[in-house]
Design a protein. Structure first.
Ligand code: HEC
Length: 179
């Protein structure tokens, strides 16, 4: 196939245009890639600096409270447990109120306290109350098991959950080893 001079010129102009466009495009993405990390870092440090409490309040909560268990003061848990007292006793042989007695609750089988009428949702739960389960449950009881009877908004602060879990751990004949 033979091209006329004009066709050749036109073709090379087109190719040149594509090359310029391409180089520009690649150049732009390189510059962007270069710029991204510092601005992302800035955004992140601004976030952590501004709202440390907020990060601790992450709704999933998993991990946060567990990390605090070793450092939190168990006496703080006595105070937090005041929020639970309208429905729970924690002492040995304590009676069931709106919720079950919580003596030995940390580590015991879920929904297993004698004489308490658990919801069918709770009766369907498997396993024992380990630290992670308690952390998740207490951060948002309603979301933990749909249809359960514990009408409590939840403890948004990881330090509150850690404190009350540590307190409950002590309310037992054989406290569950810390994670
Ligand atoms: C408004 C009443 C109410 C409040 C307040 C409340 N609970 Fe409960 N709690 C319940 C009920 C009711 C159940 C049983 C749920 C079911 O059967 O669906 C329960 C279940 C539990 C269980 C599981 C016990 C088991 O034997 O499986 C734990 C642990 C628990 N609550 C801890 C707490 C803690 C800690 C607090 C305070 C931070 C708290 N609850 C606040 C009513 C309450």
């Amino acid at each position: 196939m033979k091209f006329s001079t004009w066709e050749k010129v036109g073709g090379s102009v087109l190719i040149a245009a594509w090359l310029i466009y391409g180089v520009n495009f690649i150049g732009d993405s390189l510059v962007q890639a270069d710029e991204a990390p510092p601005s992302a870092k800035k955004a992140m440090s601004a976030k952590t600096a501004k709202a440390p409490a907020k990060t601790a309040q992450a709704p999933s909560g998993s991990g946060d409270a567990l990390a605090l268990l070793a450092s939190v003061n168990p006496d703080a848990g006595v105070k937090v447990f005041k929020k639970c007292k309208s429905c729970h006793t924690a002492g040995k042989g304590g009676k069931n109120k709106v919720g079950p007695n919580l003596w030995g609750a940390v580590g015991r089988k879920k929904a297993s306290h004698g004489g308490f009428k658990y919801s069918s949702t709770f009766k369907g739960l498997d396993g024992n109350w380990g630290y992670k389960d308690l952390d998740t449950f207490l951060s948002n009881p309603k979301a933990y098991a749909k249809g359960n009877k514990m009408t409590f908004a939840g403890l948004k602060k990881a330090s509150d959950r850690a404190a009350v879990i540590l307190y409950l751990r002590g309310q037992s004949d054989s406290p569950l080893p810390l994670p």
